[in-house]
Structures are given as C-alpha cells and as structure tokens.
Design a protein around this ligand. Structure first.
Ligand code: LLP
Length: 425
C-alpha cells in the first residue's frame, strides 16, 4: 500500500497531513514515505522469493544516503552507474559486496574505486571496457567478477529516450557477439565472466518484453554452458513500471508470475535492479500556487516548482498526476485517473517560473479551482525527481523530507543562495 491518502479532505503522508509537514519545511519539497519504500522493496522480495534473489535497488532513481541506509538495513544491494553513486552507497552504509555497476563509460578512477570496494559484479558494456578492467585489476592484483551486458534486441514499448535493449542503442554488446566475447575473454583470471546482464528499458508496462529478452538470453546461457563456461548469475535489470495512474502497471507479483518459472531450476542466482517501482510512488513533490492567469484560451496555474525540480514532463512527456493537498469534500479522491471526471474541475496548464516554454508540470489538466497559496501534490515523483533536479535559473534545489509514521526527517535541507555560489571563486 502507498501511504499517500486523503483523510477528511486532507492529503496525508503516513500519519501526518502534508499541510502540517509543509508548515515545517516549506515548498517546493520532495516528501517521501519510508513505509512505502519498504512496502515496494518487500513486494519484490516476496514475489521473487522462490529464486531467493538479490535485489539491487537502483540508486539513480532516488539516491539520498538516508534512503540507501533504510534499504540496506532491509538487506538490499545496489545498482550503481558511477563512482559517485558507489560513494553514496558506502556513505549510506550499504554493503559493497552487494553492488553491481553498469554504465558504458566507466573511467579508470571509477573502475579502481569499485575494484577496491570489492563489488559483486562489473556489468561490462564493451570489449574495450573489459580489456581495460582486466588491465586495471591485474595492476592492483585483485580478481573481480564480470557480468557481460548483452543487448537482446527487444522492444520494451517505452519512450524512445528510455529504450535501452534495442539493436543500435549504446548499451551492452549485441547478443550475437556475446559468444565471441566469451571465446576471447571467458577464461580470463582477472575478470571472471560468470554472469549475464540485461536491462531493456524503463518503464516497461507489460511483462512480455521481459519474457522475450529472458528467453533469448537463457538460450545464450545454455550455449555458453555447453562450451564449458560457468554462468552462475543472471541480472535482469530494472524497468518495472510504477503507477503514475492507479492500476497502470503490473505488480511485482505479476512480473514474477511470468519470470520466475523461466529461471527456476536453471541453477542461476537472480539479481534484480528495480528503481522506479520502489521509489516512484514513495515520493511526492509539493508545490505552492503563486498566481493564476488567463493566456489566450488557456488557464495557467503558476507554481513555485519548475522543470529544474522535476524535469520528467519536459524531458519525456512524463505524466504526473497532480491534485490539491486540501480539497472540498466533492474533490476528495482515492485513485488517480487521467480523465478525472468530477464536476466543477477546470482545465488548466500547471507551469513553473523558469524562462522556458517547456517549463511545465502538466498540460490540459482537470483540477479543482485554485487560488494563490494553495498547495498541490505532484504524485509519483519519488523516482527520477530530485536526482534529476538542477539549479537552472539559479534556483536552489528543493528539500527532501522522509516521513516515517509521525516522524519528520529533513534528509536534505533546502539549498540556499550561498550554496549556489559555494564552488565559485
Ligand atoms: N538497471 C539499469 C542498467 C538501468 O539503466 C536502469 C535505469 C535501472 C536498472 C533502473 O530502472 P527502473 O527500475 O528505475 O526503471 N530518467 C528516466 C529513467 C531512466 C532510466 C535509466 N536506467 C525517467 O525519468 O523515466
């Protein structure tokens, strides 16, 4: 269950009203629910339990060290894509031996840092990277484990910016070339290639693309095993959907129902890299209405959060459901729907203060009548929200707040003007 619900016409996060939280932390703020994070993490653990998987939460989705600490205490491993993310995991008390590291452009410094940390798998994205990793691990006399990332050439039917497993994408090596990579490097002692990695895109709202990609990859694993290569683990990536609208995505159990039978009895340790499906609905962005105005035929609601706080609408046409924090009785809702049919709503654009036409959070959206000072909740903002924020237009980044029942923890304070210039001479 997600812990953002309306009670007596007020939106609550766990057992606190958002209005009360905002009185302490102001706007714009990211407000996370600890128990929603836990609920979604446990959902994966439970659904895939027959395979005793290692869940490596994808740090890129929401990487605050307090989130890392909370998930690490539940036994989570971590999927990282940079030295900075590995540093975050270490600072959050995560176990480096449960870290997998993907990315097409790992630098020597980053590779050495991860070798030193003793991570579980380097997800190898090219022969050139593999050669470099062999050279570096030999230079420090440390054996490491490699997962060859293959591109299974399936269409995940997601936004073109977030498709990763189609031929011609920059990720991994073409699946047909994998055998050649094993022939050339499969017996190397410095980098033990004992795992295959796939990640097809994000978000993937149906299970079929996983089934196709996994089936193709299992055929490869079979072939490699016949050639006497030891493949002991299989990383199937992340990309599992989150409910931007109620009921939009399969649950962890729905994905597992199709995936578990494919991998069961294959003598493979399963590793998952979910990010959005754990963090997405564990966070909302709260913003305040500054002004309303008419522009041509359009009603504009100008708010104090902008594309620098949440770039997904501008960048990917990302849809985020938006609803007021305090509502009249008739506007109290228990589900999020694209065509919310409540009498009395008005169709508006919700826009930010940044000097770009693409600075919007929602277009043509039905919302209850709004006035200056009203608070709005932008839902499903826990993943790829704060982490993609910037200081564009010299806007200090928002605060991040973690709610656990009735506890309010400011896990990242709002940036100040001093923060804006603190690295400049
Ligand atoms: N593993 C790998 C190798 C990845 O590249 C990604 C995401 C994940 C796991 C986690 O995917 P998730 O479970 O969170 O879907 N900024 C975009 C999403 C980019 C995803 C990049 N890779 C967005 O806001 O939609």
């Amino acid at each position: 269950m997600d812990h953002f619900n309306y009670k007596d016409q007020q939106l609550f996060c766990e057992n606190l009203s958002i209005k009360e939280i905002v009185e302490k932390v102001d706007t714009p703020s990211y407000i996370y629910s600890a128990n929603t994070f836990k609920h979604h993490y446990e959902g994966f653990q439970k659904a895939f339990a027959p395979l005793d998987p290692l869940i490596c939460y994808s740090v890129k989705a929401c990487g605050n060290i307090n989130i890392i600490k909370m998930l690490s205490e539940m036994g989570s491993g971590f999927d990282v894509v940079s030295g900075g993310e590995l540093f975050r995991v270490q600072q959050g008390g995560g176990d480096s031996s449960k870290v997998v590291y993907a990315g097409v452009g790992k630098t020597d410094a980053e590779l050495l840092q991860a070798i030193e940390a003793g991570i579980a798998f380097f997800n190898i994205e090219s022969e050139a990277e593999l050669e470099n990793l062999i050279r570096l691990s030999q230079s420090v006399n440390k054996q490491v484990h490699g997962a060859l990332r293959v591109n299974p050439d399936v269409d995940p039917k997601t936004h073109r910016h977030t498709t990763t497993g189609k031929r011609g994408n920059k990720f991994g090596v073409d699946i047909e070339r994998a055998q050649k990579v094993f022939k050339d490097y499969g017996n190397n002692d410095w980098v033990k290639l004992s795992c295959i990695h796939i990640h097809i895109g994000s978000p993937v709202y149906t299970v079929d693309p996983y089934v196709s990609a996994i089936t193709k990859t299992l055929e490869l694993i079979d072939t490699l095993r016949k050639q006497d290569f030891t493949i002991s683990s299989f990383i199937i990536g992340g990309g599992f959907g989150a409910d931007y609208l109620t009921g939009q995505s399969p649950s962890a159990a729905d994905y597992a129902k199709e995936i578990v039978p494919l991998i069961q009895n294959k003598n493979l340790k399963l590793i998952l890299e979910p990010g959005r499906s754990i963090a997405g609905n564990a966070g909302v962005l709260i913003t305040k209405v500054l002004y309303t105005k008419q522009a041509g035929d359009k009603k504009m609601v100008i708010v104090d959060a902008a594309m620098n706080d949440l770039i997904r609408p501008a960048f990917y046409d990302g849809y985020h459901f938006i609803w007021p924090v305090s509502v009249d009785k008739k506007f109290e809702i228990d589900h999020r729907s694209q065509d919310i049919a409540i009498e009395g709503t008005q169709t508006v654009d919700v826009v930010g203060p940044i000097c770009e036409s693409v600075d919007f959070l929602a277009k043509n959206r039905a919302l209850p009548p709004l006035k200056r000072g009203d608070l709005l909740a932008v839902f499903t903002a826990g993943a790829y929200g704060f982490v993609m924020s910037s200081q564009y237009n010299a806007r200090p980044r928002a605060a991040e707040v973690l709610i656990d029942d009735k506890d309010v923890n400011i896990i990242r304070r709002r940036e100040t003007y001093e923060d804006l210039i603190s690295h400049e001479k």
